[in-house]
Design a protein around this ligand. Structure first.
Ligand code: WQD
Length: 339
């Protein structure tokens, strides 16, 4: 069975391609390579022994999207990762984010709506909750006003899919709300490759550990948390990838009564910034050079998932601990820097 993975050269996308191939799915990747290197294909093949089909397409090009689906009429499901995802950049360039993230989504849904049966998995984010009122966060927590155009494209994306599913009985869709992905495949053949200065905590930590960055700035330790630093739910990217496979299998078996569902994908455990630093120091045996600085605008205090729905309905549960995830991130960083 052929599955389209858009953004399949990216961090989460590439790890999901590996898990799909391991399950026996035939994968075709679409990626515009704006934020990923085509060499990732070699990494995927090194792990699974199978080179995925790949087409470099800009999903903002509606005729190109239609032509792809005309060439690949045997695509039975789509996992849609392709999107611009830098929160800060989205504030400066909102129209780039709406054109890319919403436009590509609409064009793909238009093609899937032509099919008698189609399955669709959407890469959403816990960012839709903003600062939730209660921890852990359940799927029925209110979606709050987005803090950025990036976050808004995830909220709008979910609404677009829900509205489309209401009038398209053959389309079965799931939105996965990711918490904080981290780590890398244990083979160190694929991993996170942030371009430029990492925005996210874990790659900044591992680059600091390798001396690529001088020092980690901890954005505030005056939050109302046990150690004063923000709390997040850090999930191993392979656990996250596997959640996509079980979600796809649910859609393929059409076990879901309603044809649109939402699931949180996290570990269910919150970790503070200082606890993540301590995890790095445990797995690397090195002290991390960091300093406490002012808060970062837009940061929420705490976000970690109630994973009951995914555990019970999808039969999925994150397997890796924070230290295991951090070790994979550190092994990957050392591999990248020593090559
Ligand atoms: C985590 C914590 C920072 C960097 C972002 C996106 C979100 C999602 C996941 C796509 C925070 C602190 C960070 C640093 C620090 N992406 N930090 N120093 O902000 O929770 O979520 O990535 O869907 O949409 O917003 O992740 O890794 O940036 O920050 O102290 O150099 O680490 O303040 O408390 P975040 P993050």
């Amino acid at each position: 069975m052929k599955i389209l993975v858009t953004g399949g050269l990216g961090f989460i996308g590439s790890h999901t391609v590996v898990e799909l191939q391991n399950e026996g799915f035939e994968v075709v990747i679409i990626d515009d390579c704006s934020n990923a290197d085509v060499k990732v294909l070699e990494g995927i093949q090194a792990i699974t022994g199978k080179l995925p089909l790949f087409e470099k397409i800009d999903l903002r090009d509606k005729p190109m999207v239609a032509a792809f689906f005309a060439r690949h009429q045997d695509v039975e499901g789509v996992i849609h990762f392709a999107a611009s995802k830098a929160v800060g950049e989205s504030v400066e360039k909102p129209l780039l984010y709406y054109e890319n993230n919403i436009g590509s989504l609409v064009y793909i849904l238009q093609e899937l709506s032509k099919k008698e049966k189609a399955r669709f998995i959407f890469s959403s984010s816990c960012t839709v909750y903003g600062q939730a009122d209660e921890m852990p966060i359940t799927e029925d927590a209110p979606v709050k006003a987005a803090e950025s155009p990036y976050g808004n494209t995830k909220q709008m994306g979910e609404e677009i899919i829900a509205d489309t599913c209401k009038v398209t009985p053959g389309l079965h869709a799931i939105a996965l709300r990711y918490f904080n992905p981290m780590g890398a495949h244990p083979s160190t053949e694929i991993g996170e490759l942030p371009i430029g200065v990492p925005q996210n905590l874990v790659p900044f930590i591992t680059q600091t550990g390798m001396g690529v960055r001088e020092q980690l700035a901890v954005f505030g330790n005056d939050y109302p948390t046990p150690d004063g630093t923000c709390i997040r739910d850090y999930i191993h990217v392979v656990d996250l990838a596997r959640a996509h496979v079980v979600a796809l299998q649910r859609l393929l078996n059409a076990k879901n009564e309603q044809n649109y569902e939402v699931f949180n994908v996290g570990t269910g455990k919150g970790s503070s910034v200082l606890e993540v630093i301590q995890s790095f120091e445990r797995v690397s045996g090195e002290k991390l050079n960091y300093k406490i600085v002012d808060r970062r605008a837009g940061d929420i205090v705490s976000a970690y998932a109630n994973t009951k729905k995914a555990n019970e309905v999808l039969g999925w549960k994150a397997q890796s601990t924070l230290d295991e995830a951090m070790k994979s991130a550190w092994d990957w960083e050392k591999k990248v820097r020593n090559n």
